[in-house]
Ligand binder design. Structure first.
Ligand SMILES: [Fe+2]
Ligand SMILES: [Fe+2]
Length: 259
């Protein structure tokens, strides 16, 4: 079975850390680990966001640059792409003032030590499952937005419409399409989707078509027509159709996770 989920474990060395690594079984999880705040922060700087962060907030303060648990969480939440990553927090001092300072963004659960391993794993599965669901719904939402942006553009093909408005909307559309493809490709690569290369090729072809039309329009070599937009619409439909395989794949790994 392929490894689907990447986890960053931030936990001081010891029995707890070893037990956590055993629970996050290697056939489902690829675990990277850090033993203190500064090590974790260095690792985060050079890594892509994982699917899940499991973190002990009572981190040892080592070395000349000290990064405590709460500070680390604040830093993570400021970092592009990392804020949305679900986080499970472990602590041995549930009554401390420190806990009240935990930034609540994307914290899925706070688990007090000593904890029940079953509860911990249930939180892990639930967090990952919710994350997959959120991603699927975001992809679908973006498809709807692309369709509505195209619809809006179609209304701007009238010759009386100001060129500057057309350019602005075309630019927004092209940028959003690129963002959409990037979101899909990053997630596909993170979860080892086997048709990634083929799928990305179609994304690239489509971006090239869109940008060619747009560049011709913006440089006044061509006037935007509803035929252009129809061609782009067909491309979007093609992508939505290809995405079905990808969404099915995500649903399957979600089921596999819960099995
Ligand atoms: Fe796609
Ligand atoms: Fe898509």
């Amino acid at each position: 079975m392929p490894v689907h989920f990447s986890t960053l474990l931030i936990e001081p060395p010891g029995v707890d850390s070893e037990v956590l690594k055993v629970m996050l079984a290697p056939e489902k999880f690829r675990v990277e680990s850090a033993e203190n705040g500064i090590q974790a922060w260095n690792l985060i700087q050079e890594s892509d966001p994982p699917d899940l962060v499991v973190m002990d907030v009572d981190l040892p303060q080592k070395g000349s640059i000290r990064v405590g648990g709460i500070q680390l969480l604040q830093l993570i939440n400021q970092k592009q792409g990392w804020r949305e990553v679900p986080k499970i927090i472990l602590t041995s001092t549930p009554d401390s003032d420190m806990l009240k300072k935990i930034p609540t963004d994307s914290i899925e659960a706070v688990i007090v030590k000593p904890y029940d391993p079953m509860r911990f794993m249930n939180e892990v599965y639930d967090s990952l499952s919710r994350q997959l669901e959120r991603h699927i719904s975001e992809v679908n939402q973006q498809h709807i937005q692309l369709a509505s942006m195209l619809h809006e553009l179609n209304e701007l093909t009238d010759k009386r419409v100001k060129k500057s408005l057309q350019y602005k909307k075309l630019k927004q559309f092209s940028a959003f399409l690129e963002l959409h493809f990037h979101l899909e490709e990053q997630f596909m690569s993170q979860h080892h989707f086997s048709m990634l290369v083929e799928h990305s090729k179609n994304h690239l072809l489509m971006l090239e078509t869109v940008n060619k039309i747009f560049n011709d329009v913006i440089s006044d070599r061509h006037t935007l027509t509803s035929e252009d937009l129809e061609q782009i619409k067909q491309g979007i439909f093609g992508d939505v159709n290809d995405d079905k395989d990808y969404i099915d794949y995500l649903q399957n790994i979600r089921l596999e996770l819960m099995a």
